[in-house]
Design a protein around this ligand. Structure first.
Ligand SMILES: Cc1cc2nc3c(=O)[nH]c(=O)nc-3n(C[C@H](O)[C@H](O)[C@H](O)COP(=O)(O)O)c2cc1C
Length: 152
């Protein structure tokens, strides 16, 4: 069943970032979805062992950076190692919008979010954020669709 879900459900590829005081971190995530229109709310599904999980829970803020086909390396940089042991932003430019969570200037778009709900869903937590800012940065590009062959 897992293989069917993996192959059949369509997801993008995102870097979900957060900031707790001076500490910034980001992780690659595919399980991201809009869940409300008014107000605009977006959900990210994050496993509790991720460092990002602890930081989002405590800070109450996160940003969703939408990657394009040019960003597979960026997705690997943020998706295979934990920010507990390395600074994944070292050498990268980033900015902020409203919440202070890092925005990657090369992303297709970003949504900057304030955490409003969290729910346990099996072995993940659904963090639901209300958008406080959102912008398409590179309208000539296209959001990246997750393909297993790009990552495994
Ligand atoms: C393409 C891709 C998609 C991923 N999607 C998710 C996801 O939706 N949720 C999740 O918890 N982890 C996901 N991961 C794994 C995290 O990005 C990875 O465990 C990361 O190292 C966690 O970083 P952190 O400990 O600094 O938060 C994904 C990884 C890749 C490569």
């Amino acid at each position: 069943m897992q293989e069917v879900a993996f192959m059949a459900l369509v997801h993008g590829v995102y870097v979900v970032t957060t900031r707790l005081d001076d500490k910034v971190n980001g992780m690659t995530a595919s399980w991201v979805s809009q869940v409300s229109l008014h107000p605009l709310m977006v959900m990210v599904s994050i496993a509790p062992p991720r460092y990002s999980h602890a930081l989002i829970k405590e800070s109450g803020v996160f940003a969703v950076n939408v990657l394009t086909g040019d960003h597979i390396d960026l997705a690997k940089r943020f998706g295979y190692k934990s920010g507990r042991s390395i600074d994944k932003f070292a050498g990268l430019n980033w900015t902020t919008a409203v919440t202070g969570a890092p925005i990657l200037p090369q992303a297709y778009a970003y949504l900057d979010l304030k955490l409003v709900h969290s729910f346990t869903a099996g072995d993940h937590t659904l963090f639901v954020g209300e958008a406080v800012a959102a912008k398409i940065l590179h309208p000539q590009s296209q959001p990246l669709i997750f393909k297993k062959t790009d990552f495994f």
